[in-house]
Ligand binder design. Structure first.
Ligand SMILES: *Cc1c(COP(=O)(O)O)cnc(C)c1O
Length: 313
């Protein structure tokens, strides 16, 4: 299971590969909302999202055990991250994507020289095909979140936040499958238990929120939220118990709030983040004004130009 030591180990493993991302602030936004807001800039991370942290930690480990190729199933940021780090380490990446994958996502994977394999339209079909390739080609499968090495890699963000803002009160983290928040929460709670960790989901993809209420993993099926990185149907088997243990609260945001947060970050801070990152900003901005120091984890910046123009109208 993931713990502080494994996160520190992950940091050593990946420090030469990843960027230590800046923590930005905006005086105008802070004074408007009555809390001091900081933005942890993973949209400036290599490959455009934090996913490179977990993927690197996992693939370095597989390479050290002799792997020559690896396989993942993802049309988004995980696929790009896996392609990038695999090639960098001299391994062959195969990424299984849906048959109807958007052209821009294919382009993202190809840009990092990942081999693309098309399969079906559902995530079950893709996962099945990835596992099959894994067996046939003796290529380890790299999951997007439900893996201790992946969680430990994502947790390195928590160490950076504590170093960059020693007096932080609260951290807002978007939740998809829960790999990001389980790593970040473990790092922060095991060093500074009083720092509050707040998970954020779109109202239209509230699987973790419902699971916490029920005390067990709930599956909500598909979702149409604009935050495409958070459309997971259910929290992970390994991530969920960590979320139950360490996450203080889960906040839901609606689609309009996500778009507003995206636009504010773009126009005031001149930063392009993706909609899945904007959910954390949206929740942080609507928090009660109490002069707290709060961090919104801007998890990525890979947004289609068509989405940008539809939000800006
Ligand atoms: C994957 C992803 C998330 C969600 O991370 P999980 O580990 O699945 O919870 C959030 N934002 C971005 C940009 C992502 O790529």
């Amino acid at each position: 299971m993931v713990n502080l030591n494994k996160i520190k180990q992950a940091r050593e493993n990946i420090s030469k590969i990843i960027n230590e991302t800046p923590l930005m602030t905006s005086e105008s936004i802070s004074s408007e909302v009555g809390n001091q807001i900081f933005f942890k800039c993973e949209h400036l991370q290599k490959t455009g999202s934090f996913k490179i942290r977990g993927a690197s930690n996992k693939i370095i480990n597989e390479a050290s055990k002799g792997a020559r190729s690896i396989v993942a199933a993802s049309s988004g940021n995980h696929g790009q991250a896996v392609s990038y780090i695999a090639r960098k380490l001299g391994l062959t990446p195969t990424i299984v994507v849906p048959a109807n994958v958007a052209a821009c996502k294919q382009k993202g994977i190809r840009a990092y020289h990942g081999n693309i394999e098309f399969c079906g339209e559902s995530s079950e079909e893709r996962l099945g095909r990835a596992k099959q390739i894994s067996k046939e080609e003796n290529a380890p499968y790299v999951p997007p979140y439900d893996d201790p090495l992946i969680m430990a890699g994502q947790g390195t963000i928590g160490l950076e936040i504590l170093e960059q803002l020693d007096s932080v009160d609260e951290v807002y983290v978007p939740i998809g499958g829960g790999g990001l928040i389980s790593g970040v929460a473990t790092a922060i709670k095991e060093i500074k238990p009083h720092v509050r960790i707040i998970g954020v989901e779109p109202k239209l993809a509230n699987d973790t929120y419902l699971s916490i209420l029920k005390g067990e993993r709930v599956n909500i099926g598909g979702s149409t939220t604009i935050a495409d990185g958070l459309r997971t149907a259910t929290p992970g088997e390994l991530t969920f118990p960590i979320i139950q243990k360490y996450v203080d609260e889960i906040v839901l945001v609606d689609e309009e709030e996500i778009k507003t947060a995206f636009t504010i970050v773009l126009t005031r801070m001149k930063q392009v983040i993706e909609t899945s990152a904007a959910v954390a900003v949206a929740a942080a901005m609507t928090r009660e004004a109490e002069g707290k120091k709060i961090v919104a984890l801007c998890s990525g910046g890979n947004v289609d130009t068509s989405v940008v123009s539809s939000i800006l109208g």
